[in-house]
Design a protein. Structure first.
Length: 202
């Protein structure tokens, strides 16, 4: 019995060690042609995954200070009530819609943004924009009023807001580089009526 068992085991091992009929029909050159592209594909996939892991996204990275100040700005305005627009206001030589939180009109009123910027630490700035046609106009800001009030949002942050997305990353604010955050202000219906901004100079 042991002799027969050993013989069956030896025959099975020999069978497993032999190439299949398909492998024999392909030959070494064909197998090599198949293996080479497969190896390249595996290598390319590994490089792609490594790139995703090692290279940060500048547009999506949230700075801790900016994130904290953004939360504070949204919290302070939420205390006043639901955001809405009603009528118009004269702001920096323009007449954009008047932005309210509850019954508090925000145009030319810097109390909320001043508080958020002060709590955010040295160099922190805060701004509220209102949607006016295709533009978003600064109506309340801690930036120098003579330069900033009434000016429009530009750059990649504007593109993100128009796509109904927030923007976090580097942005040019009145010609200076800022580490910044922008998020849409939405009314009760879910429509974007303005923009929150916080950031500090690099």
């Amino acid at each position: 019995m042991q002799k027969h068992a050993w013989r069956h085991a030896w025959v099975g091992a020999q069978a497993r060690s032999r190439p299949s009929l398909l492998e024999e029909s392909m030959g070494p050159k064909v197998r090599g042609l198949i293996a080479a592209p497969l190896a390249v594909f595996v290598l390319a996939a590994a490089v792609f995954l490594a790139t995703l892991i090692l290279v940060p996204s500048t547009g999506g990275a949230q700075d801790a200070r900016v994130e904290k100040s953004m939360a504070a700005l949204k919290e302070e305005t939420a205390k006043l009530g639901t955001p809405r627009v009603e009528g118009k206001d004269r702001v920096g030589g323009k007449d954009p819609p008047a932005l309210y939180f509850g019954s508090t009109r925000m145009s030319n009123d810097s109390k909320v943004v001043d508080k958020v910027a002060k709590e955010g630490g040295e160099g922190m700035a805060a701004t509220l924009f209102v949607k006016s046609g295709d533009e978003y106009i600064r109506i309340a800001t801690t930036l120098p009023k003579t330069k900033a009030i009434g000016t429009a949002l530009t750059g990649p942050a504007l593109d993100a807001i128009k796509a109904d997305k927030p923007y976090y990353g580097e942005a040019s604010v009145l010609g200076a580089p800022y580490v910044s955050g922008y998020e849409p202000i939405k009314d009760a219906s879910g429509a974007t009526i303005g923009v929150y901004f916080v950031g500090y100079k690099k």
